[in-house]
Write a protein that binds this ligand. Structure first.
Ligand code: B12
Ligand code: SF4
Length: 650
């Protein structure tokens, strides 16, 4: 029997922005674990020929947050003879559902087989078994909806798909798969290259959470009973990914790693990889606020390579926590929790929700101050409270008939989607943005970096850069953002206008100009942060001290003075190389040699401000022109130095 080719497209859809354009970035930050999971399940089926010999499955992956999905090409592929095209829209979250539905409609119009799965479908139908109108519309078009996890049923589904007998709805919610020996999410270098750090992989070591928060969807989809993968499978995958793809850093996406009953065995396996096989694996994980009390959890995590924890703190107001059933969070222990991780050199990142029932503009300001001054985490991410389908909150609001935003595209935790009793429309989002600005102000980042251990310095620094870039430059939540926004003129949400080429490119040029200007401002701010907080080497500190002493005695310095300073510093640091006279002639203008103890670009900023001011006041002859090239040279040099240090730390 002739084999039939099956083109299987796994597409992770993105979201529309407020102007209707699909959100895509030149480089992403966090790869999709769902895509990696389903790719692993498919590769396993292909390898084990689970669908028999008559099907030749070709797998194609697209993550729309970093890839342009070639919709027309995929549609055309369905017209080929002796071949079949199946499109799976995967990991579809609520805010991605409208985009997924639009893609599904396009593919169905071309007659392709289409399935949609992920948290929106699973969550919605978990608590509300009646099919809502938007999903019914898709079913009427012939789209298949899948609720639940498919580790044990993916073969069955694909088999139904290739034989053309897919059911409209598959419900695997009650059939939660045992993950123990299931294929581990695959890491593909080609995909990872689309992200800022291509040594970064994702892996869910377990699923589920035993707690009961009313805003959470996880417990109603993945359950409250913990399931986990075998430590040997995890270690094998990490070893293979390191040798074949150079992956050294993982995001363990488990919602609560601390409640993974297998954590000790997994950490031991990682410790063996690090200490015996010398595989330098590191990871970040998500935990609950009680995790610091689990015996050996933090110390083992640290030895196993944990560098960051994301903690579901949510609020510092006990009334709020009680209102949403998060009784396990004890505010008086927050500082101890942060300190416990900090003592083991693990950076802490807290998730903080704004819009709980007892929040007001003033209380949020007060709470934020408490968070920054008393709890002292290294990072915080802010979210607007939203009733996600699949959460008890959503269920009750729907039953009570309360207003919820009708457009799911807005359910991304940065739009107001309900009416808050104390936070007026507009002031809620303003309070949220203020929280980001306050936490990531230069002053607070300086305090945080000065406090951080030198080993965590760059780790924290890059996160600040990422967060500030997302909020300040891209205007998006860091967890939904990448670097450099890409757009396509015609790829807009139905109902939004497609601009003429002229209008579109004029607008785009303006946007890009503003974006680059904002990036430049951000880089300058981060440069200042680095200058004021960096940890100079012992040799550099000595050289600066000697230069300061000479300057104190003689004022203006000559090249020979710099040479003398290096010679003296060398007596304390024998490995220090004394640069040649020629190098020092140029280095003489180095800002790091010219300025003394604490490094700052304040004098440069003051100079450029004066130039700008005199220029705008048309007092051109008052600009000290001879200083312009000199300070420009110093500025460029400083920037190069900053970029050099950043690239070395990457
Ligand atoms: C890691 C993670 C992230 C990461 C990476 C996202 C990723 N895609 O890997 C980051 C930090 C970027 C992130 C960001 C956000 N996240 Co998130 N995230 C998670 C988390 C913790 C794990 C995801 C994961 O890997 N799961 C494991 C995979 C295998 O499970 P799965 O996606 O459900 O897929 C299985 C099944 O659903 C099914 N399936 C899925 N798709 C398909 C398709 C077909 C055709 C079939 C047959 C089956 C199928 O098969 C899979 C294997 O069994 C989940 C919670 C969770 N436990 O899943 C939240 C979760 C998905 N995130 C959530 C949210 C809200 C967000 C944000 C909006 C928050 C924010 N404002 O920043 C953003 C949105 C970003 C974006 N554009 O995707 C919500 C989504 C709820 C919802 N209804 O929308 C969740 C459920 C957490 C929660 N609070 O309830 N997230
Ligand atoms: S602790 Fe986190 S994962 Fe667990 S139920 Fe609460 S919000 Fe959900």
């Amino acid at each position: 029997m002739a084999t039939k080719k099956v083109l299987l497209y796994l597409i992770k859809p993105s979201q529309y922005d407020d102007d209707g354009y699909v959100v895509r970035h030149w480089r992403g930050v966090l790869p999709s674990n769902t895509l990696a999971c389903l790719a692993a399940l498919t590769e396993d089926l292909i390898e084990r020929k689970r669908l028999g010999d008559s099907w030749d499955i070709r797998l194609r992956l697209y993550d729309e947050t970093v890839d342009k999905v070639p919709v027309s090409r995929i549609c055309r592929s369905g017209r080929r003879r002796h071949s079949m095209t199946i499109v799976c829209l995967v990991g579809v979250q609520t805010n991605q559902f409208p985009r997924a539905a639009d893609l599904a409609r396009s593919f169905r119009r071309a007659g392709l087989t289409v399935m949609i799965g992920g948290f929106h479908v699973s969550g919605y139908l978990a608590l509300l078994p009646e099919i809502p109108p938007d999903m019914q519309q898709l079913l009427d078009l012939g789209v298949t909806l899948v609720k639940g996890e498919v580790e044990e049923t993916w073969g069955e589904l694909l088999s139904d798909a290739v034989s053309g007998c897919l059911k409209p709805v598959y419900d695997f919610l009650q059939k939660k798969p045992d993950l123990y020996d299931k294929p581990i999410p695959v890491v593909r270098k080609k995909y990872l290259r689309k992200f800022v750090a291509s040594n970064f992989g994702t892996l869910d070591c377990g699923r589920g959470c035993p707690f009961d928060c009313s805003f959470c969807t996880i417990i109603n989809v993945q359950g409250r009973k913990m399931r986990f993968r075998s430590a040997d499978c995890i270690a094998d995958a990490i070893r293979r990914n390191y040798r074949e793809q150079g992956v050294t850093f993982y995001f363990f996406t488990d919602d609560n790693f601390a409640r993974n009953k297998n954590f000790g065995v997994i950490f031991d396996a990682l410790i063996r990889l690090r200490e015996i096989e010398h595989i330098p694996v590191q990871f970040m994980m998500q935990v609950d606020v009680q995790s610091w009390k689990i015996k050996d959890f933090i110390s083992k995590a640290s030895r196993a390579g944990c560098t960051n924890v994301f903690i579901g703190m949510e609020s510092v107001n006990p009334d709020n926590l009680a209102a949403v059933g998060k009784s396990q969070n004890c505010v008086s222990e927050y500082h101890q929790l942060v300190q416990a991780y900090c003592d083991s050199n693990i950076s802490t990142h807290v998730g903080y929700i704004i819009g709980f029932p007892h929040d007001t503009v003033d209380s949020v300001r007060r709470d934020l101050k408490f968070l920054m001054e008393e709890v002292c985490p290294d990072h915080a991410s802010f979210f607007l409270l939203m009733p996600l389908p699949g959460s008890v909150d959503h269920f009750h609001m729907l039953k009570r008939g309360e207003w919820m935003h009708p457009d799911f595209n807005a359910y991304d935790s940065q739009h107001e989607v309900t009416v808050h009793p104390n936070l007026k429309h507009g002031s809620w989002i303003a309070t949220y943005l203020e929280a980001w600005r306050t936490f990531y102000s230069l002053q607070h980042m300086k305090e945080l970096l000065r406090r951080a251990s030198p080993t965590n310095y760059w780790n924290n620094f890059f996160r600040y850069l990422w967060y500030k870039n997302s909020i300040q430059t891209e205007g998006r939540h860091p967890m939904m953002c990448g670097f450099l926004r890409m757009k396509c003129r015609t790829n807009v949400r139905p109902g939004y206008p497609i601009l003429s080429r002229w209008d579109y490119y004029t607008l785009r040029l303006k946007e890009l100009r503003d974006q680059f200007a904002s990036m430049l401002r951000l880089l300058i701010e981060m440069e200042e942060l680095w200058l004021q907080t960096r940890h100079p080497s012992e040799a550099e500190r000595r050289v600066a001290e000697e230069i300061a002493k000479i300057r104190e005695r003689y004022g203006q310095l000559k090249v020979s003075d710099f040479q003398a300073a290096f010679q003296r510093a060398k007596s304390h640091c024998p490995t220090l190389q004394v640069p040649s006279k020629l190098t020092l002639f140029w280095a003489k203008w180095s800002p790091l040699l010219v300025s003394d103890k604490v490094y700052t670009r304040a004098d440069l900023d003051a100079f450029w401000n004066t130039v700008r001011q005199r220029w705008t006041e048309r007092r051109i002859f008052h600009i000290p022109f001879f200083m312009v090239p000199l300070n420009f040279f110093r500025d460029v040099q400083l920037s190069l130095l900053f970029l050099f240090h950043m690239s070395r730390a990457l």
